[in-house]
Design a protein around this ligand. Sequence first.
Ligand code: GTP
Ligand code: MG
Length: 145
Amino acid sequence: VDETYIMVKPDGVQRGLVGEIISRFEKKGFKLTGLKLFQCPQDLAEEHYKDLKGKSFFPKLIEYIVSGPVVCMAWEGVGVVAAARKLIGATNPLQAEPGTIRGDLAVQTGRNVVHGSDSPENGKREIGRLALLASFTLCDGYFSS
Ligand code: GTP
Ligand code: MG
C-alpha cells in the first residue's frame, strides 16, 4: 500500500496548525499510521534534504527545520503520495492554489508549514529513516510563555 511522510514544519507547530493539517488528510480519507512530535536533529534534517545540498538556501533551510519541534507523520492510502502533494500545494505559498494547505495558510517559501514526500520511493525511505532513529528528544517547554 502507498505511504507518504508528512511533516508539519516548525512554523506550523508554533502557529498551532497541527490539528488543521491533520484534519485535511483525515477528511480526504487517508489513514494515519504514525505520528511523533520531536526535535529534528541537524544530521537528520541534512539527510532529509540532501538533494538540495548545493542550493544557496540550504543552510537557511536546515536552520529552519531544526528551529523548533516538528510533527512527523506516516499516512497510508491508494495514491497518497501524489494526492498529499496536491493537498499541500506548490512550494511557494503565493503560487499555491487557494484550498491547498500552503495556499490557505502560508506566504513564504522558507516558511511553508508542511513537507510531503515527492515519490513513493522517497515516502518509504523517509518513513524508514524516522523509524530507525533510536532516540527522540522530548519537546516540553518550547513555548517561552
Ligand atoms: P518539501 O515538501 O519541504 O520537500 O517541499 P517541496 O517538495 O515543495 O520543495 P523542495 O523539495 O524543492 O524544497 C524543499 C524546501 O526547501 C521547500 O519546502 C522550502 O521550505 C525550501 N525551499 C525551496 N526552494 C527555496 C528557495 O528558493 N528559497 C528558500 N528560502 N527556501 C526554499
Ligand atoms: Mg521536496
